[in-house]
Design a protein around this ligand. Sequence first.
Ligand code: ADP
Ligand code: MG
Length: 697
Amino acid sequence: MTSSRPEILFPLFADLTVLDGVGPKSALNFVNMQVERPRDLLFTLPHGCIDRRLRTSIKGLTFPNIVTVEVEVGAHQKPASRGRPYRIMVRDAEMDFQLVFFHAREDWLRRNLPTGERRLVSGKIEVFDGVAQMVHPDHILRPDEHADLPAFEPVYPLTAGISQKLMFKAAHSALSRAVELPEWVDQNLKAERNWPDWRNALEQAHAPLGPQDTSPSTAVRERLAYDELFAHQVTLAIARASVRRSKGLETHGDSSLQEKVLNSLPFSPTRAQTRSISEIHADMAKPVRMNRLLQGDVGSGKTLVALMAMLAAVEAGGQAAMMAPTEILARQHLAGLMPLAAAAGIRLELLTGRDKGAERAEKLAALANGEISIMVGTHALFQKDVEFQSLRLAVIDEQHRFGVQQRMELGSKGRAVDILVMTATPIPRSLALAHYGDMDISVLDEKPPGRKPIETVMVSAGRLDQVVDRLRAAIAEGRQAYWVCPLVEGSELVEMTAAEDRFKHLRAVLGEGVVGLVHGQLKPSEKDKAMEEFIAGRTKVLVATTVIEVGVDVPTATIIVIEQAEHFGLAQLHQLRGRVGRGDEASTCLLLYSGKLGETALARLSIMRETNDGFRIAEEDLRLRGAGDLLGVAQSGLPRFRVADLEEQADLMKIAQDDARMFLQSDPTLSSERGQAVRTLLYLMEQDKAIRLLSVG
Ligand code: ADP
Ligand code: MG
């Protein structure tokens, strides 16, 4: 059984300099395009191709045009003065034209284009002053070398110091090192989609016969993309299986507590909520550990879903914990859940870093003896002395602020605890699959009825004074506003300075005591204090960096101003905008932009104006920016694919996930014939770390 890189792959993982035309210097240049091994070149595909088919003559063509013809070389015409070009008269089967060279070396030209001989020339023909000419032909060959020129020459992505010719040579040299590998793709799928074998697919992908062959929808490209996606999904499926191998508790709630809560609500759950709740309950009832993501836009009602899950744990005689990334958010969850817990008649408490002394000791004792059914809290829930009597479910709010590590730590507070992660980041499905492929996903894709849409307007920063006037009027009406300062990627210090400047400015024009300030450089206690002042309504305008992005709920805040909105990701703007529109009153979002907006920037901000639908925004953002950017570099952790295009080939990701999960179920140790092939794929795709997680490595 293969537990290290199979020998069959060695030639593809050799040093790049083994390839034709690649020396130490060009190898260094290749690194700039993430090409370090022959395998990397296999998966660097041409994005176009040039028709180099031989014609008999240029006669009758429209110009400019790229042409390949055989010519008889005529007279050389040396330049009359410096700066003028060197010309060589040539004649094809029917017409005369000129080859033109600037800064030419005569001896080289005489050697390669000797008068009286025949040559193939290929390049762009243009007409100047009525004379057809080819300036600096791309290719000059003897007629007997014709076979060296492909009929369609692929056009590769390049980087400084790497020419098309070198790229072509190196890619083909890499191809010659690739031998056919055992098939890892499911035979039915392969037949159904008409996919070629791996080796054959590579061969064709590097030899497009027209622009149609470089589209992501060809069978060849699909197959190669699928290989990447499938390898990725197998890795996630292995990770998922290794979590699920740990036995879970079967949690069967009897609905008694849930009924009480539902009866106390002035509304009924949306269909999406009901569906998510039953998906979660079904998971909890299984003897394997739940690892589920609840994804829902701001205001979609995740809290109720989480509560129904927690109540099932309590009904089954256990306890539940809900963890939030900050003290403020934990308090908000507490405030929202408290009345519902009262309706259910159970004890729910808050545990944060602020709990000290006797009060804390009492809470811990009540938790350990089971009096407390649900504990809401922050990281404080991790502390060593926190013991649950029987924790069955851990709910984790806002995934991105917690690492997998912390998820595991909370899980370890109880045997085989079920995990439910909640996120408000609406990411397109193909990305969710790439990002959370090890989890099962429930989506709240429907909002409670009767929400007022947030009016969104774009305002030039030149009209800042008018914005301030508008703010002053709103404050007079008793409304509150957030003022979000520019995002400065990678510099919290610069962000802080901008926020402080804006704070001083607004304080000067709106009045002392009316304006508050929060930013990432404040101590947590100072941050909490500023937030509390705003929540209590003592400050009317809260100047902030993006620290307010997540979850903060102040229903009386109905205006949000976002400075230099063009620098934010759409998903982030949507999150920020979600801070308003939480009460009964109509809300407004002002997107300030500076200078003249480019076309894409304009299109992006316009989407914000058109829709409040987080999923649509995320899809559009993906379309306009590409997958890498969408979640922000820091939090994305997204795999980078060389061939697969998450936007154009979104359906393949889902197929890959289903296939990977099903396959792993039938062959959890990758020991069947196909299992061995899949191992080879994982090594090929440099996903071999996953192999160590296999139950039998
Ligand atoms: P999220 O956490 O997903 O942003 P919340 O759970 O905080 O959303 O819910 C937002 C608001 O919507 C809360 O005031 C909640 O009481 C209310 N809500 C939740 N579900 C419904 C529903 N089905 N119908 C009406 N209002 C609802
Ligand atoms: Mg919430």
